[in-house]
Design a binder for this molecule. Structure first.
Ligand code: PGA
Ligand code: ZN
Length: 425
């Protein structure tokens, strides 16, 4: 039974305020969760409530969301069994009363939702992945490791936001992390030798001043090769152009390249990149409102490449169902704070699985030391996680948690590998 729910304002990896929630149960068990925050957010995401008080944190304070937890939400969920996750989440949704959680804030509801799950897991003396996923939770997700940052996540000219690698040929999480780390460090050497800076962006990847996706991908292929791995079969490439960020007036504006591509030119360019480089997955290849473009891209390469919907679906079951009906994408990125409760996230993920879409558990560009998503990826057996580079403690915390989970599962664990990617079989 939930006896205490308490929120505080802490800071995230960008030094911006965010919500942390502590939940205590009658048996003394506790759960704590911190809420992440995006920079290239989808327009249809649940609302992250910010104070807009210019005198604190440049208007980004979260005291209103904290107060919502400590007052209204606390009153509404106290006394409920901690195992009644969907009741807890439904109470908060009803209490909020809006379509997008704009009254109480998805940052308030998510903090409570996750902290309740963690307290319940603790009460049952189970790890979170086991409590949420049950007996069969055993797949360690292949990591999508973001080693070159651009777009809204870095101050460089790269139009695409994320250039990632996935150690698809690894046989364990620990090996995948080792491979990722070796390629990351080799890439640093190569960039430095070529006279580029090796400072990192928000998700811990390098942010060199390269002009084109081609250049970034060439550096990465070289780094994989020089590290002693085979590009493609050992280490695959992945993109998140975050295309909503540079889509305006029906076209894609590549500011770094100083050129505009039409919808079909942009999609054809992605298809061309996927044919010239060992790219297995492209996220947000098209903008969130460009449904025709999404359909065009899916018809063009959806049978051979995983096409992940982030901004276009916002972890929202209705947006996902609409996309399934339209035949766009073949995979969904799942970010718990895009929807604001664990129950709704699980509903979305299960809808994706039923439609044959793969699911990628994901962090946000603003993170904390909270590692809940590592457990949730294993709980879902989704086989894929996107949690940044092999640098910055806000990113490596998740990898380290996955290494611990793998150790705990021992011979029961299975490493995801390429078979979990849509479009690869
Ligand atoms: P965000 O970006 O967390 O800044 O929204 C991550 C992504 O686009 O996948
Ligand atoms: Zn994205």
């Amino acid at each position: 039974e939930i006896t205490d729910v308490f929120a505080r304002e802490i800071v995230d990896s960008r030094g911006n305020p965010t919500v942390e929630v502590d939940v205590r149960l009658a048996d003394g068990s506790t759960g704590r969760a911190a809420v992440p925050s995006g920079a290239s957010t989808g327009t249809r995401e649940a609302v992250e409530l910010r104070d807009a008080d210019p005198d604190r944190f440049r208007g980004k304070g979260v005291r209103r969301a904290v107060a919502a937890v400590n007052d209204e939400i606390s009153q509404a969920v106290k006394g409920l069994p901690a195992e009644a996750q969907s009741t807890v989440d439904r109470r908060m949704i009803e209490l909020d009363g809006t379509e997008n959680k704009g009254r109480l804030g998805a940052n308030a509801t998510l903090g409570v939702s996750l902290a309740v799950a963690k307290a319940a897991a603790s009460s049952h003396e189970m790890p979170l992945y086991r409590y949420v996923g049950g007996t069969f939770a055993h797949v360690l997700p292949t990591p999508m490791i973001n080693i070159i940052n651009g777009g809204a996540h870095a101050d460089n000219a790269l139009d695409f936001q994320e250039f990632m690698i996935a150690p698809v040929g690894a046989d364990s999480m620990a090996e995948a992390v080792r491979i990722g780390s070796e390629v990351f460090h080799t890439l640093r050497d190569l960039l430095r030798e070529a006279g580029h800076n090796t400072n990192v962006g928000d998700e811990g990847g390098f942010a060199p001043n390269l002009a084109t996706a081609d250049e970034a991908l060439e550096f990465i292929v070289k780094a994989i090769d020089k590290s002693g791995f085979r590009p493609g079969s050992d280490v695959a490439l992945l993109l998140d152009p975050a295309s909503s960020e540079f889509y305006r007036d029906g076209a894609y504006h590549y500011a770094g390249e100083n050129r505009v591509r039409s919808v079909t030119e942009h999609a054809d360019y992605l298809a061309d990149l996927a044919s010239r480089f060992p790219i297995v997955s492209i996220e947000d290849g098209m903008a969130q409102d460009d449904f025709e473009g999404w359909k065009y891209l899916t018809d063009a390469i959806g049978s051979t490449c995983q096409l992940v919907g982030d901004d276009v679906f916002c972890t929202n079951v209705r947006l996902l169902q609409d996309g399934i009906d339209r035949g766009i994408a073949n995979s969904i990125l799942v970010k718990v704070n895009q929807i604001g409760t664990l129950t709704e996230m699980l509903d979305t993920a299960n809808t994706a699985f039923r439609a044959g879409y793969s699911v990628v558990m994901s962090h946000r560009s603003g993170e904390t030391e909270d590692t809940t998503i590592a457990d949730l990826a294993v709980a879902l057996n989704c086989g894929q996680i996107k949690t940044g580079s092999l640098s910055r403690a806000d990113r490596t915390a998740k990898y380290n948690q996955l290494i611990r989970i793998e150790e705990e599962l021992g011979s029961e664990s299975v490493y995801g590998g390429v078979k979990f990617f849509s479009g690869t079989s």
